[in-house]
Design a protein around this ligand. Structure first.
Ligand SMILES: C[C@@]1(CC(=O)O)c2cc3[nH]c(cc4nc(cc5[nH]c(cc(n2)[C@H]1CCC(=O)O)[C@@](C)(CC(=O)O)[C@@H]5CCC(=O)O)C(CC(=O)O)=C4CCC(=O)O)c(CCC(=O)O)c3CC(=O)O
Ligand SMILES: NC(=O)C1=CN([C@@H]2O[C@H](COP(=O)(O)OP(=O)(O)OC[C@H]3O[C@@H](n4cnc5c(N)ncnc54)[C@H](O)[C@@H]3O)[C@@H](O)[C@H]2O)C=CC1
Length: 253
């Protein structure tokens, strides 16, 4: 929907490939990786991190893929790709990661015919989706894509993001998640809740968590108690003041 006066209907800028970003829940869902080399291993690792059920298909596997197969972490089919593979028909996502461009194209064509999204390791335009470079901090994910223009740049930016967004973001996001649930139960009016959430983002929690001087679970419990005591904008502001004083108290500044 365009807003009045915006002029142009939404759509990709002319001449610029535009992808739709999404976060997929692959937990317990079958995915197929065709190929058993370095790239197939990287795709399989990210799928395992997301809890997917991974089948890899290749006559030869990297030592890491062999180890995952031996431990049952992935299912390995020691065969060349051929159309009609049940593992592909069952898969929610398909990854074509062989070093043979014609095989990768065939895998993508079969996936497309079955209405599935495929990823072509050798051809950004070929499959249907790309894999971005990603930083994970607990529930927080930062993903970078260049629409295939420069995967090396995506990786370099990922390294910069890793430095800028440290491990403290994991307990930070967990804490916000828990307090959000508490406020949703305690404050019935949505506009009021939004104001409280905005206020919480002003709290100086990140330096405190980074300092390692507080136990995140203790801090969560203490903040939950204080929020429930006074779930109003003024209460949230007062907690911010308390945090600043307490942070100094803990020797952090
Ligand atoms: C289109 C896409 C399809 C896809 O695989 O999804 C694709 C395609 C190709 N990659 C190639 C090369 C490299 N790829 C990497 C690394 C990564 N590649 C990833 C994604 C993507 N790569 C998708 C686009 C993502 C986007 O831009 O949005 C990352 C982000 C995610 C991941 O794979 O997990 C992961 C970094 C993860 C991390 O470090 O965080 C490196 C660097 C390295 O290995 O360290 C190099 C060498 C340097 C260079 O070439 O830039 C080649 C040429 C092969 C050749 O020349 O033979 C092709 C084929 C082509 O370009 O046509
Ligand atoms: N997307 C990305 O991030 C990157 C993509 N690439 C591209 O990905 C391709 C693969 O790269 P690597 O994994 O490094 O190659 P690799 O040579 O390590 O592995 C190739 C794998 O494909 C398997 N294979 C070959 N033919 C097959 C078939 N018919 N059926 C099933 N498996 C088959 C082989 O057994 C081997 O395990 C490269 O040729 C390149 O085009 C390369 C670097 C990064």
């Amino acid at each position: 929907m365009t807003k009045a006066g915006e002029g142009r209907l939404p759509g990709p800028s002319p001449g610029v490939k535009s992808y739709y970003p999404a976060m997929l829940d692959l937990e317990g869902r079958p995915c197929a990786v065709i190929g058993g080399g370095r790239v197939a291993e990287r795709k399989a690792r990210a799928l395992l991190e997301a809890g997917a059920h991974v089948t890899v298909v290749s006559p030869v596997f990297t030592p890491q893929l062999e180890a995952w197969a031996a431990s049952g972490a992935v299912r390995a089919l020691r065969e060349r790709y051929a159309p009609g593979l049940p593992a592909l028909a069952e898969a929610r996502l398909v990854f074509a990661a062989t070093d043979d461009a014609s095989v990768n194209a065939q895998v993508c064509a079969e996936a497309e015919a079955l209405g599935k999204f495929a990823n072509a390791a050798d051809d950004g335009a070929g499959g249907g989706f790309l894999v971005p470079a990603a930083v994970r901090r607990g529930r927080l994910t930062l993903a970078v894509s260049t629409a295939g223009a420069s995967p090396g740049l995506a990786a370099a930016l990922r390294r910069r993001l890793e430095e800028a967004f440290g491990e403290e973001y994991a307990p930070y996001v967990e804490l916000l998640h828990e307090l959000r649930g508490i406020v949703q139960l305690a404050v019935p009016e949505t506009g009021q809740r939004q104001e409280l959430f905005r206020g919480m983002l002003e709290w100086e929690l990140l330096p405190l968590l980074r300092s390692g001087r507080v136990d995140p679970a203790d801090l969560r419990a203490e903040l939950a108690r204080r929020v429930l005591q006074d779930p109003t904008p003024r209460g949230i502001e007062a907690i911010g003041d308390w945090l600043r004083v307490d942070a100094r108290h803990l020797g952090y500044e």
